[in-house]
Design a protein around this ligand. Structure first.
Ligand code: DQA
Length: 149
């Protein structure tokens, strides 16, 4: 087990801060990365933080991270609803995988947003806690690892 936590972000999250701020807030993805890094480094862990708009790239990153990570935190964004190759790649992971959504997907206007296909293959899911959800997911990975889980 390594001491790196892979934090993966799906499509349109590169525009966090600018994208629908009433829903996703004003913080940027760089702010999220800094917050994750601060939490991890304080506990002696490292963060590998990435964002992509391309499904094949997400699959490749999950494949590359399938072994040796302390954990994976993933906001699959709109990949959540139809990207079965991403679901299959999550299943390859030999570590905990925490799904994060910034908004409460169960409370959104569009009912389809609450139907993430990823949840069934993830360890757990955080939704609706804003960008703090990432930080909490990183903390949970560390909590699991420190207890040998
Ligand atoms: C999201 C919620 C998804 O429905 C949406 O497609 C996103 C962001 C969130 O973080 O709240 O892109 O995953």
């Amino acid at each position: 087990m390594g001491r790196t936590i892979l934090v993966l972000n799906g499509p349109n999250l590169n525009l966090l801060g600018e994208r629908e701020p009433a829903i996703y807030g004003h913080e940027t993805l760089a702010d999220v990365e800094a917050a994750c890094r601060a939490v991890a480094e304080a506990e002696g862990y490292a963060i590998d933080f990435r964002q992509t708009n391309a499904e094949h790239e997400m699959v490749e990153w999950l494949q590359a991270g399938r072994k040796g990570m302390a954990g994976i935190v993933i906001n699959p964004a709109a990949f959540s609803y139809a990207a079965y190759p991403v679901l299959d790649a999550i299943k390859l992971a030999d570590c905990p995988v925490i799904e994060v959504h910034i908004s409460n997907v169960h409370r959104r206007e569009e009912a389809w947003r609450s139907k993430s296909i990823m949840t069934q293959v993830c360890t757990g899911m955080i939704t609706g806690l804003g960008v703090q959800g990432y930080e909490l997911a990183v903390r949970h990975v560390i909590w699991l690892r420190e207890r040998g889980k």
